[in-house]
Design a protein around this ligand. Structure first.
Ligand SMILES: Nc1ncnc2c1ncn2[C@@H]1O[C@H](COP(=O)(O)OP(=O)(O)O)[C@@H](O)[C@H]1O
Ligand SMILES: [Mg+2]
Length: 315
């Protein structure tokens, strides 16, 4: 099998007769056995990439290969090598977890007896055995996501696509799902996952691609990106925008870190949060600028965006 699980070259896609440019010459590669985290806000183009690579949708231009096979001419072979879990799972609310898995297994042409064995195996793997005979409509959000993930694995795919696997989940269910994904990767599955959470990409991915408005705006390992973004963000809250600009000007004189003013908040990207925060406070105090608040946090996707684009995600 090709060493490259995915090779995407200059893929573009528009919707609404060209009015919406969902993807704009996107290129990236994913090595077999690794995890790619595709990180971006709502509407960035994540699902469009997933739908193209899983043969649901056709690109307008550009090429893509899955395990060295051309996406447009060999989709029938590719379909047998991939699995997809995500926002629009084809499950029946009135069927039990077990019945859903058997149905999906049968759709992928597994024999009835094999389908049943495989389904029981997957229910066990995802800690759903005790709920296997309950209709899906009684499942919690976390259980649904686990069943959805199980469903994407009936054909033992070499390459798995996960479209926002944990969006909207509570922290405990999220951790459980992360464990399951990590186990799959350990067993050799290549994974492309989309997410809006930097923490999720950081935890699971070997390589992270940040996309915004259909364009790749950053590509690297989590440590590459962190080196670029810093490991912590110091947010200094001032009285108003003018004070924030003033604080920025004063701090700039003695500190070389990246400084961003967002309304009345000054953000400082740092690799040494607490120590730098002290220096920042001293400068603010020495210049008699009124402090309204101070907070040190890990970079969020919003901070990543601010650093890369100078705007927040909602703008
Ligand atoms: N079928 C469609 N028709 C029209 N516009 C679409 C369609 N699918 C996606 N889009 C638009 O393309 C852009 C990218 O969407 P999508 O790939 O779903 O983003 P994401 O998954 O990152 O939230 C958005 O502006 C979205 O509104
Ligand atoms: Mg999406």
């Amino acid at each position: 099998m090709s060493e490259q699980a995915i090779e995407v070259t200059d893929i573009s896609k528009t919707f609404a007769k060209g009015k919406v440019k969902a993807l704009d010459e996107v290129s990236f590669t994913v090595e077999t056995g690794t995890v790619l985290g595709l990180l971006g806000p709502n509407g960035a183009g994540k699902t469009t990439i997933v739908r193209i690579l899983t043969t649901i949708l056709k690109q307008d231009s550009g090429t893509a290969k899955i395990f060295g096979l051309d996406l447009s001419s060999q989709s029938h072979v590719i379909k047998r090598l991939i699995g997809l879990a995500g926002q629009y799972a084809a499950v029946d609310e009135n069927l039990t977890g077990f019945e859903n898995l058997v149905m999906i297994s049968r759709l992928t042409h597994l024999k009835k007896s094999v389908a049943k064995t495989r389904s029981l195996e997957l229910l066990e793997q995802f800690d759903l055995t005790s709920a296997k005979d309950r209709p899906l409509k009684t499942y919690s959000g976390g259980m649904r996501r686990r069943l959805d993930l199980a469903a994407s694995l009936v054909n033992n795919p070499n390459l798995l696509f996960l479209d926002e696997p944990t969006t909207g989940l509570d922290p405990q269910s999220r951790l459980m799902l992360w464990d399951s994904i990590q186990q799959l990767v350990k067993d050799g599955t290549t994974v492309l996952l989309t997410t809006q959470y930097l923490e999720e990409a950081d935890r699971l991915a070997d390589q992270i691609i940040v996309i915004d408005h259909g364009k790749v705006i950053a590509n690297g390992t989590p440590s590459d990106l962190k080196a670029q973004f810093g490991t912590s963000i110091i947010s200094v809250e001032l009285q108003d925008n003018n004070s924030a600009e003033l604080a920025k000007a004063k701090i700039q004189d003695s500190i070389s870190n990246k400084l961003i003013v967002d309304r009345n908040v000054l953000r400082i990207i740092s690799n040494d949060g607490p120590k730098l925060a002290l220096d920042v406070l001293r400068i603010i105090d020495a210049n008699s600028i009124n402090l309204a608040g101070l907070n040190i946090s890990e970079p969020s996707l919003d901070d990543v965006f601010l650093t890369l684009t100078g705007k927040t995600i909602e703008e």
